[in-house]
Design a protein around this ligand. Structure first.
Ligand code: GNR
Ligand code: NI
Length: 167
């Protein structure tokens, strides 16, 4: 097991597009274990491989209060969506920044599990938000890119200043 370092916005590596996995082998299962450990330690409710500088389509999520239900999505695709919800989002790659983003209320996702088998999942509410937030990461999109250009500029300046102080 290993804790992986999490990239911080505005790192350009957060904008890389992740590659399809197709074959779930032991190296992918090891990545999933390390990502789960990193997510729980952070703590966060989700983590995309992009955030740990691995550009493969792998996501871990656990939205339960007691951290009892790890969900692993490999090569996820949204096969259906409806409705709209607005949720206050945060991101482990954008520490200290929280803002409202509009997402679909419901998504149906098809993905591979750690056994390499395809399955489908219906997600609503916070789980649906988290799935969409993590799938954005795999496309190189950080949640702040859903905000106004003015907010993005301010957030970038704030995090660049923070990075200079902590460097
Ligand atoms: O821990 C996280 N919390 C969160 C809250 C509202 C909407 C989305 C999220 S995901 C985030 C972890 C993270 O950055 N995943 O990429
Ligand atoms: Ni995030």
């Amino acid at each position: 097991m290993a804790l992986l370092p999490i990239l911080r916005y505005p790192d350009p590596r957060l904008h890389k597009k992740a590659a399809t996995v197709s074959v779930v082998d032991d190296s992918i299962r090891q990545l999933v274990r390390d990502m789960a450990e990193t997510m729980y330690a952070a703590p966060g409710i989700g983590l995309a491989a992009t955030q740990v500088d691995v550009h493969k389509r792998v996501i871990v999520i656990d939205v339960t209060e007691d951290k009892s239900s790890l969900l692993v999505l490999i090569d996820p695709e949204i096969v259906d969506r409806d409705g709209e919800q607005v949720c206050e989002e945060g991101c482990l790659s954008v520490p200290g920044i929280f803002d409202k983003v509009a997402r679909s209320e419901h998504v149906r996702v098809r993905a591979l599990g750690t056994d390499g088998e395809s399955f489908e999942l219906d997600a609503n509410g916070l789980l649906a938000v988290c799935v969409q937030h993590e799938m954005d990461h795999l496309e190189g999109i950080v949640f702040v890119e859903h905000l106004s250009r003015l907010k993005q500029t301010r957030i970038r300046a704030k995090l660049e200043k923070q990075a200079r102080i902590t460097a």
